[in-house]
Design a protein around this ligand. Sequence first.
Ligand code: CA
Length: 232
Amino acid sequence: MAKIFQATHVGKVRHNNEDSLIVIEPETFVVADGMGGAQAGEVASQMLVETVKDFLSETPPYNEQILSQAILLANGKILNLARRNANYLGMGTTATILSLDDRKGYFAHVGDSRIYRLRNNFLEQLTEDHSYVETLVRRGEITPEEARVHPMKNVLTQAVGVVENISVDTANFPVESGDTFLLCTDGLTNMVDDQNIAKILQSASNPADALIDAALKAGGRDNISVIVVGVD
Ligand code: CA
């Protein structure tokens, strides 16, 4: 059995928490960061996690194709709702799902929420951000440090529920005893750098609460959501 910690916080600036997260027993984890006016962001991220939960009603393993199908289904549902209701026009959400089964892991991902893996004290981001600044980093035009404070860091190149055709990133990979996985929204990663995230994952007794605390201490400018999974 894995050790699971989860936490979400509205932050210090915003009035609504537009993030949603869910742990689907035994070992599937979802974070979603909603966007859109009024309360639309909350609606989109909530619809994402609920659609994924309902879709994964059978027995695991949920491989990356199944996880990807769940995201595509949510994409259609959110898009339909937005088309029927003017208040929801333009809403969308990130979608990052990790599923573990025995010694294998699977993910499906759209947007700029992230999955990290800490293995032998080395922190690695497994997902790639679908964001404008990530495109600039990959072209070598700015550094990852500059991306974290870039004025356009919130601009996504892909989100769920905005257009019909999205391309879901997927992967499967071996899981080792002692691996720690972190799923998080950008309210963490824009506030706390990778080095400090690694330190907290290595040392905190409740790493989810400790990561939220660190993001709040750094200003808490956005909603913050984290799920930490320690593999036995
Ligand atoms: Ca966010």
